[in-house]
Design a binder for this molecule. Sequence first.
Ligand code: 2U9
Length: 341
Amino acid sequence: MRERLEALRKEALAGIAAARDVRALQELRVRYLGKKGALTEILRGMGSLPPEERPRVGELANEVRRALEAALAERQAALERAALEARLSAERLDVTLPGRPIPIGARHPLLQVIEEIEDIFIGLGFEVAEGPEVESDYYNFEALNLPKGHPARDMQDSFYITEEILLRTHTSPVQIRTMEAKGGAVPVKIICPGKVYRRDDDDATHSHQFMQVEGLVVDRGIRMSDLKGVLLAFAREMFGADVAIRLRPSYFPFTEPSAEVDITCVMCGGRGCRVCKETGWLEILGAGMVHPDVLRAGGYDPEQVSGFAFGMGVERIAMLKYGIDDIRHFYTNDVRFLEQF
Ligand code: 2U9
C-alpha cells in the first residue's frame, strides 16, 4: 500500500509538472484527489491492513494529499502568471509611436474670399446684410427698375418657381428690403454677400449658381467720387497697394450713370499679358449711382438723398487673386484643390 501511495505521488507530481493549462490541472485534481479519484481508491483498501499499520499509512496518505494539493496550487499560480504575462506582452502599447493624423477640414476658398471682402468693407464702416435666396419677382426685378417685359430680364435668364417666385438672380433684393426696413432713415451703408442663380450653361467661367457681394450706400450728398474712393480703397486692400482702378461707362437698369470697374492686371502689373488680353486691365466690378426710381422703391426721396451701388462676382475675384482657371473647381469639391487655400 505504501508503494502504491509513493507510486501515485510520483506519477501525479510528474503529471502536474507537465500540465500545460489550468484545464489540464483541473482534470488531474479530479483524477487523483476527486471522490472517485486514485487516492480515495487506495484509501478504500485501508480496511484490509493490519490495525497497527493503519495510522502510518493514513499519515502517508495525508502527506501525499497535501503534497499534491500544494503542487496543484503552485502549478496553477505559475500557469496563471504565464498567461497574464503572455497577454500583457501581446497587448503592449508602444506609447512612443507617432499618432495617426486626424485630417481636419478647412474653410472653403470662396468663404475665405467673402470674409476678406467683408472685413475690408466693415473697416470702411459698412454693415453686412443677408436675405432670402427664394425671392419674389417684385424684389428681384420690379423694384430694381426692371418691369415685366424689360429687355434686361433676358440678360439674366432665371429659375422661376411660380410666375411670381424665383431664385434670386442677384443679391440686390436684400438692399431693397434693407431700405424698406430703414423707413427712409440715413445713412444706409451695407454689403450683401450670398448665393445667386442664373440659367447659364456651366463652363470654365460660368456657373448656374455663384456668389455675389453687392454694396449700397444711401445718404445726403453721396456723389460718384464717393463711389470711386470706396472702390479704390477696396481694390488696394484686396489686390495690393499699387493697383489702380478705372471706370468705363456702362448700363444697368438700377444705376444711372453706370460703370464697369477695372483694376490694373494682377498678373502683369498693367504691361499687358495673356490674362488681361494685352490690355493691362481686368474687369472686377459693376457699379453706379442708384437710379431715382430704385431709391423711391426703397422708400427714399431722390430729391433729398442719393446713393451708389456696386456688385461683384466672388468666384471671379477669387480666380484673379489665386490664379484659378476654372470656376467649376469651386463646386466639384476635390480636396486636392480645396486644401491649397
Ligand atoms: C440696389 C441698387 C443698385 C448693384 C449693382 C452691378 C452694378 C453689377 C454684376 C457684377 C458681376 C453682377 O456678379 S455679377 O454678374 N453687378 O455689375 N450691381 S450695380 O446695384 C444695385 C443693387 C441694389 C438697391
